[in-house]
Design a protein. Structure first.
Length: 251
């Protein structure tokens, strides 16, 4: 099979998944956007967490041109990003009991805040405990995960539960178990993961919904502009100053 045929197959698979989440997740996306809008309007804070490659969609909505200024990354040392050496350490830390509680206890999160937890499988101890403990602290939790995993895998948390079991809103990314969309003759393993593409689009759709919800309520959304357009830095400076008490990625 020609390489360009595989490229086309990958795009087709990713587009099909995006269409599914658009058509099947509209209600949960609307609910999640409403929670973000209520947090902005209600003087609460918004946090987003993901481990390993699930941290990439989380990072994509923080300090983002065209995004809400109030999106804060909830960082867990060793699991945010893929620059940990050895790379397997990040995966190992996802299975450590008690880590999420320690992170939340030392974070600025308070009752009434919103936490978005991203985990493709939703089966590891860290995302499960992050959602469980956040709700116990009085936070609203939005989970972005694939509901295929609870049907085909075992939980790695002592409770036997998954991320989906500890959320106020669950958004299903529709990613199949294994996160690989392609196969080819002579290639011994499936390839072509699409979870980052789909999950990033889901989060941006939630943010867009929140922006629209705020506008409908007569509240000006605290949006950031690109620093590469004239006046962008000045605009962002005003937004960051106005909402500085709810923004934690700056000093």
């Amino acid at each position: 099979m020609a390489a360009d045929d595989l490229a086309g197959q990958y795009f087709d698979a990713a587009i099909a998944l995006l269409r599914r989440v658009r058509d099947e997740d509209s209600e949960s996306i609307a609910d999640a956007g409403r929670l973000l809008a209520e947090a902005v309007e209600g003087n609460a804070r918004i946090f987003v967490f993901g481990a390993g490659h699930s941290s990439l969609p989380a990072q994509d909505v923080v300090y983002r041109a065209g995004g809400l200024a109030l999106m804060n990354l909830l960082a867990v040392p060793g699991v945010i990003g893929v620059d940990v050496v050895p790379a397997t350490l990040g995966s190992a830390l996802e299975r450590v009991d008690g880590l999420a509680a320690a992170v939340l206890d030392t974070s600025p999160a308070e009752p009434g805040d919103v936490l978005i937890v991203i985990s493709l499988s939703g089966r590891n101890a860290l995302p499960v405990e992050m959602a469980l403990n956040a709700r116990a602290l009085g936070l609203k939790v939005i989970g972005v995960t694939s509901l295929a995993y609870p049907e085909q895998t075992r939980s790695r948390h002592s409770s036997g539960t998954y991320l989906k079991d500890h959320c106020d809103v669950v958004i299903d990314s529709k990613i199949p178990v294994g996160d690989a969309e392609l196969t080819a003759e002579g290639v011994p393993a499936p390839f072509g993961p699409a979870s980052t593409v789909v999950t990033s689009a889901l989060l941006q759709a939630v943010v867009a919904t929140a922006v629209g919800e705020l506008a409908e309520r007569g509240h000006t959304p605290p949006l950031l502009r690109s620093g590469n357009v004239d006046g962008g830095h000045e605009w962002n400076g005003r937004i960051l100053a106005e909402y500085g008490d709810r923004i934690f990625y700056r000093r």
